[in-house]
Design a binder for this molecule. Structure first.
Ligand code: MN
Length: 415
């Protein structure tokens, strides 16, 4: 067993926590960095957050957390969750990374497989068998709980939200009274924030530890994918990438990026190309019905349509059927290169909110997404004519709503 003196040599001071560790836990006691010990490259405000996080985790020592990521996890969420899990383990906090939907982007599947990223899918069947009372806290990373089907269950089970780390603009008030909250809308990725925590000494993150190498590779992928390969990166992302560059595995990252698109994804992209309508530099495309597993084809199609000349913003949407929960949803993605267009504002303004006061969509810098339940019209898709009609209704309504903002003088003309 390691003695107290053999703690990682990262120049940290003695524990400042008020909690008195039990004797058997003292060997695993982690110190909390003094502000001066943290890299001078990290801005003072962020240093304060790192200290706060360490105290917060110390206060939860030995607990079990459920770390909920969005239903369709992206590399930023996956890698940030993993980094958090490793940090929390310093405090003997067992953190389970879970999501309710699917991994649908070929790169995400490759990322999880190739790095052994410890995220678990909790489908409807698993949910029936799981006892949520095992968890003392819920952690939200790269999200504020609005994009997971698991959150209502977490709330029902009275599991308090104990940590929120995100870079999306503040969503409707999340109930997180005694939580550690670090929301940085100015940050281009959550991986940037987590990398800073690592750099700040929350963990002896190093290249001789194979898990750390893989996690660093995941973080590098996370911050690249949220910044269009660093094109939209700011100083903080470059600093984070520089730090990770000493630890990550370039070959492994390359393997993740080499993953190929499936034929079905290619077909959705093809449909988006055929169906697109371009007006005032916006490209709009409805792709009809697609399988739940292929829903990630939508943001990929939007990425692609946004590359056409004279197009600054692309919107792609389609209807997916979630068989597990028997719900149909219109889901859509927005991608923009126009600096003055705020995707969050655009989607909230154009689509509004549902009866319960929740916005159908939202976003961050350069990207956004939306989800509209098909509701009462769900199902009966064995009737071709009905199915076609249903699509046309949603397609037309979405075009009307978007064109109202894109081109107020425009009348949607239908053949
Ligand atoms: Mn993100």
């Amino acid at each position: 067993m390691a003695s107290v003196s053999s703690r990682p040599s990262n120049g940290l001071s003695a524990p400042e926590s008020s909690t008195v560790p039990s004797p058997q836990k003292i060997s695993a006691q982690r110190s909390i960095a003094s502000p001066d010990a943290i890299s001078p490259r990290i801005p003072a405000a962020n240093t304060a957050q790192i200290i706060k996080l360490q105290h917060h985790l110390e206060g939860h020592r030995g607990q079990r957390f459920i770390l909920v990521i969005q239903d369709f996890p992206d590399p930023d969420a996956l890698s940030s969750a993993w980094a958090f899990q490793l940090i929390a383990a310093q405090y003997e906090i067992q953190c389970e990374i879970v999501y309710a939907g699917t991994l649908s982007h070929q790169e995400n599947i490759a990322l999880v497989k190739l790095t052994g990223l410890p995220a678990k899918r909790w489908g409807p069947q698993t949910l029936k068998d799981i006892d949520l009372s095992d968890y003392q806290g819920c952690v939200l990373v790269d999200s504020q709980g609005t994009n997971s089907q698991l959150m209502p269950l977490v709330q029902e089970a009275d599991i308090p939200v104990v940590v929120i780390i995100d870079h999306h603009s503040q969503q409707e008030e999340v109930e997180a009274e005694n939580a550690f909250v670090d929301i940085r809308p100015g940050s281009r990725s959550t991986a940037t924030i987590l990398t800073e925590y690592l750099q700040g000494g929350t963990l002896d993150f190093n290249s001789s530890n194979p898990t750390h190498v893989k996690c660093a590779t995941a973080l590098m992928h996370g911050l690249r994918s949220d910044t269009i390969n660093l094109l939209q990166a700011q100083e903080a992302e470059f600093m984070a990438a520089a730090y990770l560059s000493r630890i990550y595995d370039a070959q492994l990252l390359n393997a993740v990026l080499q993953s190929a698109r499936s034929k079905r994804v290619m077909e959705v992209i093809e449909r988006s190309l055929q169906n697109r309508v371009v007006q005032n530099n916006f490209s709009l495309a409805g792709v009809g019905y697609l399988r739940y597993e292929e829903r990630d084809a939508i943001p990929q199609a939007a990425d692609f349509l946004a590359t056409e000349e004279n197009v600054h913003t692309a919107l792609v949407y389609g209807i997916v059927h979630d068989r597990a929960n028997d719900i149909e949803l219109v889901i859509g993605s927005l991608r923009t290169n126009k600096l003055t267009l705020d995707p969050d504002e655009f989607l909230k303004d154009s689509l509004g909110m549902d009866g319960a006061g929740r916005y159908y969509g939202g976003g961050r810098d350069m990207a956004g997404g939306f989800e509209i339940p098909v509701g009462f019209l769900t199902g009966c898709n064995d009737q071709a004519e009905y199915t076609k009609l249903k699509w046309e209704v949603f397609d037309r309504q979405l075009k009307q709503k978007f064109f109202r903002l894109i081109n107020p003088d425009h009348r949607v003309v239908h053949s």
